[in-house]
Design a protein around this ligand. Structure first.
Ligand SMILES: [Zn+2]
Ligand SMILES: [Zn+2]
Length: 181
């Protein structure tokens, strides 16, 4: 039996999977929101619902970013929502409270997402990669009492010692462990 992933690994690998749905030319980012070890919302970055995808020309700023304007510039003109933003907004769409939840994000949140995280009542932020423009966001989240930590892929949980039956082998189950890139 393959070792089971830890909870952090489980949710962060789902966040990385969600990021694959991103339609943004600049960066693929996603977040998942978890309460009591249950996944309650997901979001990836891209242009708003019912508008043209970023990769189809839906965001002029991301298109300009691809033709050479520096990372982080003209952000106020960007039509793409962020992964954390969309995870919070998806919960609102379904009428789900995020109070006391944990958000797992493939990048550390930007300032705008940090403000939304604080006011949505999210209590913990776990992120994989450092977003380069996130200093003020970090400061603000710490001031607001949010628990902030960077995800570290640890040794997976050991397989349950009491497992009495060998589970069937499904060919669709990946045989190599998930690696963060
Ligand atoms: Zn974009
Ligand atoms: Zn953001």
């Amino acid at each position: 039996m393959q070792p089971r992933p830890s909870w952090d690994e489980y949710f962060m690998s789902i966040a990385h999977e969600v990021a694959r749905r991103s339609n943004c030319l600049s960066r693929h980012v996603a977040a998942v929101v978890v309460r009591e070890k249950r996944l309650i919302s997901t979001g990836y970055n891209g242009t708003p619902r019912n508008t043209r995808n970023c990769f189809e020309g839906g965001c002029k700023r991301c298109a300009a970013r691809m033709s050479g304007i520096p990372s982080g510039s003209n952000l106020e003109e960007c039509a793409c929502s962020h992964g954390e933003e969309n995870a919070i907004v998806q919960a609102a769409y379904h009428g789900i409270s995020l109070k006391d939840s944990t958000i797992y994000s493939t990048y550390s949140p930007c300032l705008m997402c940090a403000k939304m995280i604080i006011n949505a009542g999210i209590k913990e932020v776990v992120y994989a990669a450092e977003y380069p423009l996130a200093d003020r966001a970090r400061e603000l989240m710490l001031e607001a009492g949010i628990w902030l930590r960077q995800y570290e892929r640890k040794q997976s949980d050991q397989p349950a010692a009491f497992m009495p039956i060998t589970p069937p082998q499904y060919s669709s189950v990946p045989t190599t462990p998930y690696t963060l890139t």
